[in-house]
Design a protein around this ligand. Structure first.
Ligand SMILES: Cc1cc2nc3c(=O)[nH]c(=O)nc-3n(C[C@H](O)[C@H](O)[C@H](O)COP(=O)(O)OP(=O)(O)OC[C@H]3O[C@@H](n4cnc5c(N)ncnc54)[C@H](O)[C@@H]3O)c2cc1C
Length: 364
């Protein structure tokens, strides 16, 4: 039986393992950290297309149980005037990234898929058709193929193509926070996005009454950036944003990067999925959903095409145009100084959200 080494136990890694298992391919996951990615404090929404991908491998229910539904997004401008109300059809779910990791890990364990922590890939090579992976702790693993699900700073990407460019700075500094002290709450299934005059802001309120928020601002110096910077950027607008930030005790502040184009997604026995292949700026809120789609499509290609390299080629052919379009649109949306004009219209997003994966349909 074919055995895959999956590098990275994040969103794409866990779901690729489940999808490969469904396709009859065994795998083991090798995760660098003891728990998961370093920006674990953030929250995210799995959109309709991402939930469809989870459905394809019967992994949707644990995510639904752990999250809360997002059904509407109201956009305001800096004066507090409504720009538009966008319905989010199809069971989009919001949850903390750490919770999503935990749920997916529990699900892989439940399905008998081995997950090894503390395994940071440093080298991989192919000898006589066998992939040899070497980890920072000195241990090694062997398999018939290797899936690089190791995120935006992917070591696998650099092994497949040592000349692959480093992730690109989007020009945006992102802050996230959680507060129970704000007097401004949304209903639990609604987001409010504010195209403010100096920063973009979004918030929703979880069923327990905690408000979850993020802000995207033009680049700040990370070594000195504070809560007060974000309060100042938002305070000039006639919206609740500044008060919500002010009422928050702890903030997570980071710069945002993307990976707009990866020349080589695969070689004879190694292939990339998720952020390792294509990372979008957070503006679109689609990175996780696209990673989930990748995982399922890759497994289908390996199920239906006997030759591994031909399966990787088909997978790339199916995925590349879609993900590169999204990464480009997300970059444009995030960097447009006219934040109001960059608010997406629902009719322009059908190509993104309405993507269906039929597990039983054969790859041509
Ligand atoms: C602040 C922030 C907010 C975001 N908000 C959203 C959102 O609202 N909606 C959305 O859809 N997306 C969002 N995203 C993007 C989303 O988180 C990513 O697109 C998604 O996590 C990609 O999944 P992945 O499995 O490819 O990578 P990751 O989730 O990053 O997982 C990669 C895994 O590989 C491991 N790893 C790394 N290097 C190695 C190595 N050498 N060896 C072994 N393991 C390794 C990491 O520890 C990690 O566990 C956000 C991203 C950030 C940073």
């Amino acid at each position: 039986m074919t055995k895959a080494l999956i590098i990275g136990g994040g969103i794409a890694g866990a779901v690729t393992a489940m999808a490969l298992q469904k396709a009859g391919i065994t795998s083991e996951i090798h995760e660098a950290y003891d728990t998961g990615a370093d920006d674990i404090g953030a929250f995210l929404t799995i959109m309709r297309n991402g939930m469809n991908a989870l459905h394809a491998v019967d992994a949707h229910q644990p995510v639904i149980d752990a999250g809360f539904p997002a059904t509407d997004v109201e956009y305001l401008d800096g004066s507090g005037t409504r720009i538009t109300l966008n319905p989010m059809r199809g069971g989009a779910q919001t949850l903390k990234r750490s919770v999503l990791y935990r749920v997916l890990h529990d699900e892989t364990t439940h399905r008998g898929i081995p997950l090894h922590h503390g395994k940071r890939l440093v080298l991989a090579s192919i000898v006589d058709g066998v992939v040899h992976a070497q980890f920072k702790d000195g241990s090694t693993a062997e398999g018939d193929l290797l899936v690089g699900a190791d995120g935006i700073h992917s070591a696998t990407r650099a092994i497949i193509d040592p000349d692959s460019p480093a992730p690109r700075f989007t020009g945006l500094t992102i802050a996230y926070g959680y507060t129970k002290a704000s007097s401004f709450q949304q209903s639990a299934d609604a987001y409010r996005m504010i195209a403010g005059s100096r920063a973009f802001f979004g918030y929703t309120t979880a069923p327990d009454g905690e408000t979850w928020w993020f802000a995207r601002a033009p680049e700040l110096d990370l070594s000195t950036a504070t809560k007060q910077n974000f309060v100042d950027l938002l305070a000039g607008d006639n919206t609740p944003a500044a008060e919500i930030v002010r009422s928050t005790d702890d903030l997570f502040i980071n710069n945002a990067y993307d990976v707009p184009e990866t020349r080589h997604w695969y070689n004879d026995s190694m292939v990339l999925v998720g952020d390792a292949a294509h990372a979008a700026s957070p503006a679109s809120g689609q990175g996780a959903s696209l990673a989930l789609e990748d995982s399922v499509i890759l497994a289908k290609c390996l199920r239906d095409i006997a030759d591994t390299r031909a399966a990787f080629e088909k997978y790339t052919e199916i995925r590349r145009a879609r993900v590169e379009r999204l990464v480009a649109e997300s970059a444009e949306q995030g960097s447009n100084p006219n934040r109001r004009a960059a608010v997406p219209r629902p009719e322009d997003r059908h190509w993104l959200y309405d993507y269906e994966i039929d597990w039983n349909e054969a790859i041509a």
